[in-house]
Design a protein around this ligand. Structure first.
Ligand SMILES: Nc1ncnc2c1ncn2[C@@H]1O[C@H](COP(=O)(O)OP(=O)(O)OP(=O)(O)O)[C@@H](O)[C@H]1O
Ligand SMILES: O=C(O)C1=C[C@@H](O)[C@@H](O)[C@H](O)C1
Ligand SMILES: [Mg+2]
Length: 191
C-alpha cells in the first residue's frame, strides 16, 4: 500500500493543523507547507497586518495562489499542507483540494479550542480580535464553526479529533486512513 501524494489538513483555528502537519510530515518523510506561514513570509508581514493593511479579500487571493503554488511545485517526496482555517470556504480552493489531496478535517471541542487559542498569545488571529473575553470567544467559535460546517464537511475525506486523541494517535489515525484512501483511489483508477 502507498500513501497519497498530498495530504491537506483543514479545520477551525487552533484545531492543530500546524502542529499535526509538522509531526505527520516528519513521520512520512514528506515536505511540510503551512499556507499561513508561507503567506506571512512572502508578504513580509504578519497575517494580522495583512488583514489590517490589505484587507481580507487580498489575503484570500494570496491563500489561493499559495495553495496553487504548493500543488504546482509537484514535490517529489509528497507533502503535508496545513491550510489556513478559512481556506476551504472558497469553491476554487475546495476543487483544488478535491482534485489533488487526501483531505483531513481536524476537529476539537469548543471549550478546548477556546483554551488553546487564549494560550497562543503570540499568534494574533484577526477574525477573533472582537472576542476578548472567554465567553465571547466561546460564542464566536460556536457561531463560526456552525457557519463553516458545510464547507469543512464538503472538503474533507475524513475527520480526526485532536482533543480526545494524543498527537501520536492523531498521526497514526491519519496514516492508516490515508493508506486506505490511496488504495481505494488506485483500485478505482484500475477498474
Ligand atoms: N492531539 C493534539 N493534536 C494537535 N494539537 C494539539 C493536540 N493536543 C494539544 N494540541 C495543541 O493545540 C494547539 C494547536 O495549535 P495550532 O497552531 O497547531 O493550530 P492550527 O489549527 O494550526 O491554528 P490556525 O488555524 O490558527 O493556524 C497547539 O498548542 C498544540 O500543542
Ligand atoms: O479561519 C480563518 O479564516 C483564518 C485562520 C487562520 O489560519 C488564518 O488563515 C487567518 O487568521 C484566517
Ligand atoms: Mg496553523
Amino acid at each position: 500500500m502507498t500513501m497519497p501524494k498530498n495530504i491537506a489538513l483543514i479545520g477551525y483555528m487552533g484545531v492543530g493543523k500546524t502542529t499535526v502537519g509538522r509531526a505527520l510530515s516528519h513521520e512520512l518523510h514528506y515536505g511540510f507547507y503551512d499556507t499561513d506561514a508561507i503567506i506571512a513570509q512572502t508578504a513580509g508581514k504578519t497575517i494580522e497586518n495583512i488583514f489590517k493593511e490589505d484587507g481580507e479579500p487580498a489575503f484570500r487571493k494570496m491563500e489561493t495562489q499559495t495553495l496553487k503554488d504548493i500543488l504546482d511545485a509537484s514535490h517529489p517526496k509528497g507533502c503535508v499542507i496545513a491550510c489556513g482555517g478559512g481556506l476551504p470556504l472558497s469553491e476554487e480552493n475546495q476543487k483544488l483540494l478535491k482534485d489533488n489531496c487526501f483531505t483531513v478535517e481536524l476537529i476539537c471541542a469548543d471549550d478546548v479550542l477556546a483554551d488553546r487559542l487564549e494560550k497562543d498569545e503570540n499568534n494574533v488571529r484577526p477574525l477573533l480580535a472582537d472576542a476578548p473575553t472567554h465567553e465571547e470567544l466561546l460564542k464566536k467559535i460556536g457561531v463560526m464553526k456552525l457557519k463553516r460546517k458545510a464547507y469543512y464537511d464538503a472538503a474533507s475525506d475524513i475527520k480526526t479529533e485532536t482533543d480526545v486523541l494524543s498527537l501520536e494517535d492523531v498521526i497514526d489515525s491519519i496514516s492508516i486512513f490515508a493508506e486506505m484512501w490511496q488504495d481505494r483511489q488506485e483500485r478505482i483508477a484500475q477498474s
